[in-house]
Design a protein around this ligand. Structure first.
Ligand SMILES: Nc1ncnc2c1ncn2[C@@H]1O[C@H](COP(=O)(O)OP(=O)(O)OP(=O)(O)O)[C@@H](O)[C@H]1O
Length: 450
């Protein structure tokens, strides 16, 4: 639906205009003065406004900013009986899309309205998509209630609105990139670029040309100018993942850019400027790296202004059920399967696992389980390491009482002596009569080897 608001006090002209516009498939809302126009514009379905300049309670040119502030997506076209250039210029400065003269420009109205509606609907779509993107990458998308992750979230929320560089540390798969995005989308740079580079994924030359960009002819193969990531990140955020892998000479160049906000593209002679915010991540201990001269100490100090350490999953076992529900829901939706749920053993096995690959590994394990499983997820759909964890765990669980430890031990020794009770008693350092009593008491005579 395309909806137009007409604000004009000349009733006859207004209803004639409304009829013509309706005949072209638009919905029309009418208002006779500034006051009722300002009320009507709050209806979000309005895409475009046709507004007279001379109104009984005000001037259309001055009304434009007020209309825009109440409905920023609506495009405004001013209609005037006698156009003059300064008024037209002011209208555009105030945010109007066009300024047309009644009578002379009547045949322009419908094409301009079409353009205005298209522009407004496109803006609405972009805003909706932006809202989806920013909610997908907001702190709400960081799953976890445990204390260690909540502490990290609180720190990140504090630093997000500032200009400070952030250093995210933590094992692989703990969510460093997720945090970097959440910080960016919660900062005032959210509507600008979030540009990421993984420093371990490329060789030195490639990283340099990706970061700094180059001029045509800077090297063989530089067929045309290329913008670098520093330039792309202007007014936005540059995320350097695995910064510990950045070659030492590029570390020196990066430090200079951080200090001057200036850099020189490959093959260029004059500096370019970029106002980016840096978020860096590493799973290395940069302090030790810098002490051993594998990372520049000056860059480390520059980055270490605000460090956030993300906890490994094994330190936040409490979050596993939450993450399990989240990823199960995600992958069942992706595969168009109904959510099958899971057994208590399945959840237990996940809680007991070491998770060296952290959340990335958990996510992959759940994806695999969803693909393989035909019903409720149980331990049979887990890789074999998990099943071992469960059996070891249940074995050790049944061993908590002294009696069961004693029973298991005697059985093991009887197995070892191949049922020879005299030999077993000798190994157990107990009398043969005591062994017979124990065998009777624990019922080992029936199941154990005699
Ligand atoms: N708290 C979280 N909530 C939901 N998903 C998460 C969370 N943390 C991480 N993930 C998911 O786990 C995966 C790994 O996360 P991410 O890439 O951010 O980790 P990383 O620490 O940057 O890893 P690496 O050091 O290997 O680059 C991603 O798919 C991400 O979506």
């Amino acid at each position: 639906m395309k909806t137009v608001l007409i604000i004009d006090d000349e009733e006859k002209l207004r209803s004639l205009l409304a009829r013509v516009i309706k005949a072209e498939g638009f919905e029309v809302i009418e208002a006779g003065d500034c006051k009722s126009g300002l009320k009507a514009i709050e209806n979000p379905v309005i895409d475009a406004v046709l507004c007279d300049v001379r109104l009984p309670d005000g001037n259309g040119v001055e009304l434009v900013p007020m209309l825009k502030s109440r409905n920023p997506n609506a495009e405004i076209i001013l209609l005037t009986a006698n156009g003059n250039i300064p008024d037209g210029v002011q209208a555009m400065k105030n945010g109007a899309m066009d300024y047309i003269v009644k009578g002379d420009d009547n045949d322009k109205i419908l094409p301009i309205l079409d353009k205005a509606v298209e522009k407004s609907q496109l803006q609405k779509k972009v805003k909706k998509l932006e809202a989806i993107v920013s909610s997908k990458f907001s702190f709400d998308a960081v799953i976890g209630n445990s204390q260690p992750i909540q502490e990290a979230i609180n720190l990140a929320k504090k630093v997000a609105p500032t200009e400070a560089a952030v250093l995210l540390t933590g094992e692989t798969g703990t969510g460093k990139e997720v945090f970097a995005q959440a910080i960016h989308y919660s900062s005032h740079r959210a509507d600008k670029n979030f540009v990421a580079l993984n420093c371990s994924a490329f060789g030195r030359e490639m990283i340099e040309s990706e970061l700094f960009g180059y001029k045509q002819g800077a090297f063989t193969g530089a067929l045309k100018d290329k913008r670098g990531l520093l330039e792309e990140a202007h007014n936005g955020t540059l995320f350097l993942d695995e910064i510990g892998e950045l070659p030492l000479d590029l570390q020196a160049k990066l430090l200079r850019v951080l200090e001057t906000h200036e850099f020189i593209k490959l093959g260029d002679t004059k500096p370019s400027k970029s106002n980016f915010r840096l978020i860096a991540a590493t799973n290395r201990d940069l302090k030790t790296e810098s002490e051993q001269h594998r990372f520049r100490a000056d860059l480390y100090f520059r980055l270490n202004v605000f460090q956030i350490t993300l906890p490994p999953l094994r330190q936040r076992i409490k979050d596993i059920p939450l993450l399990l529900d989240f990823f199960l829901d995600y992958y069942t939706k992706q595969t168009n399967k109904p959510n099958p749920g899971y057994t208590a053993d399945f959840a237990k096995a996940l809680e007991r696992y070491a998770w060296n690959g952290n959340i990335r590994e958990l996510k992959n394990v759940i994806e695999r389980a969803v693909i393989i499983s035909d019903g409720k997820l149980d331990i049979s759909v887990l890789p074999s390491d998990f099943r071992d964890t469960v059996s070891t765990a249940s074995e050790s669980l049944s061993s908590f009482s002294m009696e069961s430890v004693e029973k298991q031990h005697i059985q093991k020794v009887l197995n070892h002596s191949q049922g020879n009770r005299a030999e077993a008693a000798r190994l157990l350092e107990i009398g043969i009569a005591t062994l017979y009593r124990k065998i009777d008491e624990f019922g080992l005579g029936k199941s154990g080897k005699q």
